[in-house]
Design a protein around this ligand. Structure first.
Ligand SMILES: C[S@@+](CC[C@H](N)C(=O)[O-])C[C@H]1O[C@@H](n2cnc3c(N)ncnc32)[C@H](O)[C@@H]1O
Length: 233
């Protein structure tokens, strides 16, 4: 949690982090959740909807650099952002990571190229007041991908369920912030007591046990048939 707090405090003090004293960046809770997800699932291709001023983008890049994910061949991070102010802040706030991530204005070109992802971070591209239009990510997630949704974002979670709910054993794990941050930690900023949501595709029992067993039986029977035909010849 220490790292999540360090990141939250750094970004909460930056230009554009809050409006009228209400913080608009990702919560410390979501940052901590993202760090955990990166360590647990080690996703190679990551897509973020709504880069904003870069709180979660920075979290991904810092964590991936620390735990060796950036060195994995094919590691990539794409963030969707099109607001001019945010684009400027992103490049300032992520100056240490120049060239380590890609910014696109929407998901169209990703979809046209058939790019797919192992982790989707959702903090934009939905139906909220500061969103700039709904972003289509149907067909963009790999089997077994993980989705972290910052805050509630019920509309987008429903959309994701519509797009991916047919996958076997789709489970929603919802976690809520237990502790509200003290607002005096960053002067003039109140932190929202928001939850984040994890959408995880877990393999079904059939995928986990029956298919591998059938594959093993098939391989063994092919080997036996070969041995028998060699014996005859
Ligand atoms: C809540 S903010 C993201 C905050 C960011 N995660 C952070 O903590 O710094 C949402 C961002 O998504 C961007 N956004 C929302 N919908 C978008 C869309 N359709 N296309 C591009 N950017 C979008 C907005 O410009 C805004 O900066």
């Amino acid at each position: 949690m220490k790292e999540a707090r360090r990141i939250w405090q750094r970004f909460a003090a930056l230009p554009g982090a809050s409006l009228d004293g209400v913080v608009g960046i990702a919560s410390e809770h979501a940052i901590a959740g993202l760090i955990e997800v990166l360590g647990r699932y080690r996703p190679r291709r990551i897509l973020e909807l709504g880069g904003g001023i870069g709180t979660l983008t920075y979290t991904i890049l810092c964590t991936a650099r620390r735990n060796g994910l950036t060195a994995v061949p094919g590691f990539s991070l794409v963030t969707v952002e099109s607001h001019p102010f945010c684009l400027e802040q992103l490049s300032k706030n992520l100056a240490d990571f120049d060239g380590a991530y890609r910014v696109v204005p929407n998901t169209e070109e990703l979809r046209a190229r058939g790019e797919t992802f192992d982790l989707l971070v959702v903090d934009g591209g939905g139906d909220l007041g500061n969103d700039l239009g709904i972003q289509d990510v149907s067909g963009s997630l790999e089997t077994g991908a993980v989705v972290l949704v910052e805050g509630g974002r019920i509309f987008q979670r429903r959309l994701l369920e519509e797009w991916y709910g047919h996958r076997p054993h789709l489970t929603f794990k919802s976690q809520s912030l237990k502790k509200t941050l003290r607002s005096q930690e960053v002067e003039g900023v109140a932190c929202e007591n928001k939850p984040y949501h994890l959408l995880v595709f877990e393999p079904s029992l059939r995928d986990r046990w029956v298919y591998p067993a059938v594959r093993r039986i098939n391989r063994t029977s092919i080997r036996i048939q070969r041995l028998l035909s060699r014996g005859k010849g």
